[in-house]
Design a protein around this ligand. Structure first.
Ligand SMILES: [Zn+2]
Length: 262
């Protein structure tokens, strides 16, 4: 059965840029179609019906018509505006960061209900005033889960031994998480992680957000976990970046060949 020409979906705007005189092209994140590129025609004219509704950091109900290159936005309704999220610069910047992580880990037109629910929940939490660093770490940890690269925080990634509380360990993102002292790897001074930071990483995997919001922690431990998760995601998402780089190189080479022939 061919897919219908018109369809309606929930969506969050991940990125957008102006196109032509009055149009805008955007990356929409939807639960059932994953991310997709859509065009909103005439949206930058003051009289546009679509007007100010097609904003990021909000959940929208969007009607689209399938197009040759981009699907075309025909109607928009704001379901959740999350206006308080924009009250602080930090939570606004965090919201952009979370959208960028989603954008980088999503494939176009692939169902992504789990990740959609995660981003939506993170925006709700920011809007409710939860500390933006805690929201970001919680989101990063579950994003890794969604990508199938859950960080190992209990066992050694090499020998699979359960780590003892008093044991030396290292944090090695390229291997997937914890590495015990018996297995070969980078020296502890370059891959150290405090026991407190490890406990917090475990908390991000196990506790619900309400419990996480209530934790009282030394800022140094939060910074350590921020660095550990950043390193972890950098490694996990780099695979994509590298494949894109390769694709670009292939395209450039192809262009040169056609250019030579012309
Ligand atoms: Zn080991």
């Amino acid at each position: 059965m061919p897919s219908p020409r018109l369809y309606v979906t929930d969506a969050i705007v991940l990125t957008r840029f102006d196109y032509g005189e009055a149009d805008r092209i955007m990356t929409l994140f939807t639960p059932t179609h994953g991310k997709l590129k859509a065009i909103a025609k005439g949206v930058r004219r003051t009289k546009s019906r679509l007007g100010g509704s097609l904003e990021p950091m909000a959940e929208l109900r969007v009607a689209l018509a399938r197009g040759r290159t981009f699907d075309v936005v025909t109607q928009v309704q704001v379901s959740h505006a999350w206006l308080r999220l924009r009250d602080s610069l930090e939570s606004t910047a965090t919201a952009w960061y979370l959208a960028e992580l989603a954008d980088r880990s999503l494939e176009e037109r692939h169902e992504a209900e789990g990740l959609y629910a995660l981003l939506r929940r993170a925006y709700e939490l920011l809007d409710a005033g939860m500390d933006s660093g805690r929201v970001a770490r919680w989101y990063e940890m579950h994003l890794a889960d969604e990508m199938g690269v859950r960080p190992e925080v209990d066992r050694c990634v090499e020998c699979d031994r359960m780590m003892e509380a008093d044991e030396q360990f290292r944090w090695v993102p390229p291997l997937g998480g914890l590495l015990c002292s018996r297995c070969p790897g980078p020296p502890a001074d370059r891959a150290g992680l405090s026991l407190e930071a490890l406990k917090l990483l475990k908390a991000y995997q196990r506790l619900d957000v309400e419990a996480l919001a209530g934790l009282r922690l030394p800022p140094a431990v939060e910074r350590e976990v921020e660095g550990a998760m950043r390193d972890f995601l950098r490694v996990s998402l780099e695979r994509d970046a590298r494949s894109l780089q390769f694709l670009d190189e292939v395209r450039r080479a192809g262009d040169q060949l056609t250019g030579d022939r012309a």
